[in-house]
Design a protein around this ligand. Structure first.
Ligand code: GAL
Length: 444
C-alpha cells in the first residue's frame, strides 16, 4: 500500500495540507458523540449512531465519519509496558479496533479524539510527547480522523504572545488593534511560529508518517491566530470556543465566523463546531438556520444528536440537498459570505444580530440566504441587485431550498415574512431568457 501522500501545496489561500484520495479537500460530514452524550460514551452508542446514519439515509447523502470524542480510554494512565493509551474495556469491550471494524463494515469511517497536551479536556491521557506512538496506534486500530484538542498544555509550551480573539475581546478591530490585551504580539507577528502551531504540527507529521490516511481536525478554539496557519496544519480548525444547545451561543458563533471566512477554501475549513440540530432548546426554525449557515460557511457538518429520536423534519434538514451540495461543491471552494448585515449596519460585530443576508457561488448557481435574527416575525428583503453574484440581471430562475420547488422566473428579488430566527434560502440558477423578457415587455 502506498504511504499517505502529503504535500504542502501553494494554493490561493496559502499553504494547504493535501491528503491522498481527496481526503479533507471538502468539509468533513459525519457524526460525533460529544454534543449528544458528552463523557457518557460507549461502543453501543457509537454503533447505534452509525446504524442510524445508514438507516436514515444520511450515509447516502455523504455523511461518513463516526467520531468518538473524549472519555474513550482508561483514565488512570497508559499501558505501563507499551505506553499505549488503553481503550476503556467496559465502554469498548472489543477495543477501538473492534469498533473500527464494525464501522468500516457499514461502509463508514471512524474518528477518535486526543489533545495536544498532557490530558484531554476531561482529564484522560492525551498525546503530547506520545505523538508518534499514538498516531501509530490510531493507524493500527483503523482510525480515519483525529480531532485534536487543546487541554492540559504545560507551561513551557505556552505561546509567547496573547492572540486577539474576537470572542474574548468583543470583535475584530480596525487595523488589527485589540484593546486591553496583555502581552499582544508585535505588528506583523507570524502566528505560524507560535508554540501552538508547533504542538499541532508535531501530531500532523506523526499522522502523515502513518501508512494510513487520517484526516486531521485541529480543535484549539480559534486561539493563537489559527485562522492564519490552520490551513497548513490540518484539514479543519475550530474557529471559536464550544457551541451549546441554545440559540444565543449558536448565533454568537455565526457572528464570529462571519468575520473569519477568508482562509476557507478547498483543503482548509473553519470548523464552527459540531451541530446541535435536535438538541436542547433549539427550535425547528433555529435548527434550520444553524444548519443552513454551517453548510454555507463550509464548516465540517458533524451531527451531534441522538439520531434514534431525531424527528423526521430535522433529519430532512440534515439531508437538505441544496445545502449539502453547496457545502460539498467540488468546483467552487469558497464559502458563502455576507453581502448585507440587515438589522445592523454592514460589518457590525454583534452576537445577537449578525449579518443576515448571505450569498455564495456554486455549481448549481448562487445560493442566497436571508435570516431573521429578531425575536419576532420580520420581512426579509432580497434584492437581486444587491447580491454580488447576480449583478447585471433582474430576472432569475429561482428554487426554494427548503421546499425544493421552483418559483420559476423571478424579477427583482423576494420579500418574505420570516418567523423569528428562521432562514429562507434560494438557489438562483440561470438568468431568464432575454426572449422571455421581450415577450413580457412587448406593448399590448
Ligand atoms: C472541548 C472541545 C469539545 C469537546 C470537549 C471534550 O475542548 O471543544 O468539542 O471535545 O473538549 O472534553
Amino acid at each position: 500500500m502506498l504511504f499517505t501522500l502529503l504535500a504542502l501545496a501553494a494554493l490561493p489561500g496559502g499553504n494547504a495540507l493535501l491528503l491522498r484520495d481527496n481526503v479533507g479537500r471538502l468539509p468533513a460530514l459525519g457524526w460525533n458523540s460529544w454534543n449528544a452524550y458528552h463523557c457518557d460514551v460507549d461502543e453501543s452508542k457509537i454503533m447505534a449512531a452509525a446504524n442510524q446514519v445508514v438507516k436514515l439515509g444520511l450515509k447516502d447523502v455523504g455523511y461518513e465519519y463516526i467520531n468518538i470524542d473524549d472519555c474513550w480510554s482508561v483514565k488512570s494512565g497508559r499501558n505501563r509496558t507499551t505506553q499505549e493509551i488503553i481503550p476503556d474495556p467496559i465502554r469498548f469491550p472489543s477495543g477501538i479496533s473492534g469498533t473500527a471494524k464494525k464501522i468500516h463494515a457499514l461502509g463508514l469511517k471512524i474518528g477518535i479524539y486526543s489533545s495536544a497536551g498532557t490530558g484531554t479536556c476531561a482529564g484522560y491521557p492525551a498525546s503530547m510527547d506520545y505523538e508518534a506512538l499514538d498516531a501509530a496506534t490510531f493507524a493500527n486500530w483503523g482510525i480515519d480522523y483525529l480531532k485534536y484538542d487543546n487541554c492540559f498544555v504545560p507551561q513551557e509550551w505556552n505561546d509567547q504572545y496573547s492572540a486577539c480573539v474576537p470572542e474574548l475581546s468583543g470583535g475584530p478591530y480596525p487595523n488589527g488593534t485589540c484593546p486591553n490585551l496583555a502581552n499582544p504580539a508585535p505588528e506583523g507577528y507570524d502566528w505560524s511560529e507560535s508554540n501552538s502551531t508547533k504542538r499541532y504540527n508535531i501530531m500532523r507529521d506523526a499522522l502523515l508518517a502513518q501508512n494510513r490516511t487520517i484526516q486531521y481536525a485541529v480543535c484549539n478554539w480559534g486561539l493563537a491566530g489559527v485562522n492564519s496557519w490552520g490551513n497548513g496544519t490540518a484539514s479543519s480548525w475550530r474557529s471559536t470556543g464550544d457551541i451549546e444547545q441554545n440559540w444565543g451561543r449558536t448565533v454568537e458563533i455565526l457572528n464570529m465566523n462571519s468575520f473569519a471566512l477568508n482562509s476557507v477554501d478547498f483543503w482548509g475549513h473553519n470548523d464552527a463546531d459540531m451541530l446541535e440540530v435536535g438538541n436542547g432548546e433549539l427550535t425547528d426554525a433555529e435548527c434550520r438556520s444553524h444548519f443552513a449557515f454551517w453548510a454555507a460557511m463550509k464548516s465540517p457538518l458533524i451531527v451531534g444528536t441522538d439520531l434514534s429520536v431525531l424527528k423526521k423534519s430535522l433529519v430532512d434538514v440534515l439531508k437538505n440537498k441544496f445545502l449539502l451540495a453547496f457545502n460539498q461543491d467540488d468546483v467552487f471552494g469558497k464559502p458563502a459570505t455576507p453581502y448585507k448585515w440587515g438589522t445592523n449596519p454592514d460589518w457590525t460585530f454583534n452576537a445577537t444580530n449578525p449579518a443576515e443576508y448571505w450569498s455564495g457561488k456554486s455549481k448549481e448557481g448562487t445560493l442566497v440566504l436571508a435570516f431573521n435574527s429578531l425575536s419576532a416575525n420580520a420581512t426579509t428583503e432580497i434584492k437581486w441587485s444587491e447580491v454580488p453574484e447576480l449583478k447585471g440581471g433582474d430576472r432569475w430562475m429561482v428554487t426554494d431550498i427548503w421546499s425544493g420547488k421552483s418559483l420559476g422566473c423571478v424579477k427583482g428579488g423576494i420579500n418574505e415574512t420570516v418567523q423569528s430566527h428562521d432562514t429562507v434560502g434560494y438557489m438562483i440558477g440561470e438568468q431568464c431568457g432575454k426572449g422571455y423578457m421581450r415577450i413580457k415587455n412587448r406593448p399590448q
